[in-house]
Design a protein around this ligand. Structure first.
Ligand code: SF4
Length: 342
């Protein structure tokens, strides 16, 4: 079992103290004796502890910044939702392939935004514009929001906010098992609670600091019993020696653990491993011993967002993934929906 995240150092932006959650968090961490520093803006955080890049990077991942979200324009979040809703940025996990490594660059600390009511108001405007069509919001585009929510309960508030909304739905995904405080939230089935899963090999070698498969599945069972619509993102699907058996075992474990009712309204998303050249550089700097295969010559190049090409699997490998994993899903979870493979 991985321990729930406990920050070792806190930074607080002065304006965060104008919000009840900001005050509450500062008081809580102060009582716990955690060092709290003031910063005018997270952009000014320069003196993180550590003698070299390696130490600074690790210390940053256990640093929490209590701030406010200034930009209330939401990014789009295809294919899983219409918009990304921002409650936090950054993550304490150490997944080697994590997309945050490139998007967060030199600022890998975790930021939580305490102006949640303003974020909800912005979400309401987006919903009203599209009504009566449903608008889906993804809460885990810039962090593993569940992994820090035992500290802030912002996600819990969001679940209840969307629980009462007419035209909004919430979704997020996690690799953490710390879901207990979310089980009694009044979700009204308007939140799809997803877990990111992978086979034992991938979790063991590439996802340090996150919950193991069995723990994620146990948490998923609790979530299903609490009445949430459930989903799984199999990502990144990574071709290693014995991947067919690895993923078969993963799906078998899942099938045996999930109660029958949870298999009815179940979604799967499948995302193959990919990397960009900038990501490769950052991964090799932050995790120099990684076994992750990042050889461009073995991959297919594809245009990506912002013109940065990404390296995905060759067509025949993609087909093999689709057939093999798609086949497992069809035979073990015939009533589930496979939302996409990308
Ligand atoms: Fe990144 Fe998710 Fe791993 Fe956190 S748990 S490091 S967000 S991949």
């Amino acid at each position: 079992m991985v321990k729930p995240f406990e920050p070792k150092l806190i930074y607080v932006e002065p304006r965060a103290l104008e919000y009840p959650l900001g005050k509450e968090l500062v008081e809580k961490f102060d009582k716990q004796g955690i060092e709290i520093r003031e910063t005018t803006s997270h952009n000014h955080i320069r003196n993180l502890p550590g003698d070299n890049h390696f130490q600074k990077y690790r210390n940053a991942k256990s640093t929490l910044v209590i701030g406010i979200r200034k930009t209330l324009t939401f990014d789009t979040s295809k294919p899983s939702a219409e918009y990304a809703i921002p409650f936090a940025t950054g993550c304490m996990g150490h997944c080697h392939y994590c997309y945050l490594q490139t998007t967060m660059g030199s600022k890998p600390y975790i930021r939580t935004y305490v102006n949640t009511e303003e974020i909800f108001d912005a979400a309401e405007e987006y919903m009203q514009k599209r009504a009566p069509e449903i608008t889906r919001f993804e809460a885990s585009c810039t962090s593993d929001i569940v992994g820090i929510d035992h500290l802030t309960h912002s996600l819990k508030r969001a679940i209840e906010f969307f629980g009462k909304s007419d035209y909004g739905k919430l979704r997020f995904v996690t690799k953490f098992e710390h879901v207990d405080h979310l089980l009694d939230a009044e979700h009204n089935r308007r939140t799809r609670f997803r877990f990111s899963i992978n086979d034992d090999y991938v979790i063991k070698y590439f996802e340090p600091g996150t919950s193991r498969l069995q723990e994620r599945i146990k948490a998923a069972v609790k979530v299903a019993e609490a009445g949430y619509p459930l989903g799984f993102i199999v990502a990144p699907i990574y071709l290693h020696e014995g991947w067919e058996e690895g993923y078969l075992e993963m799906f078998e474990t899942l099938k045996d653990a999930l109660p029958a009712f949870a298999k009815k309204d179940l979604t799967f998303e499948m995302i193959q491993h990919r990397f960009t050249k900038p990501a490769k550089r950052v991964i090799q700097e932050n995790y120099p011993m990684t076994k992750l295969e990042l050889d461009e010559s073995k991959r297919k190049w594809k245009w990506g967002r912002y013109g940065i090409g990404k390296y995905i699997y060759q067509d025949d490998e993609q087909q093999a993934i689709k057939n093999t994993l798609g086949g497992y899903i069809e035979s073990y979870f015939p009533e589930a929906t496979l939302e996409y493979f990308t």
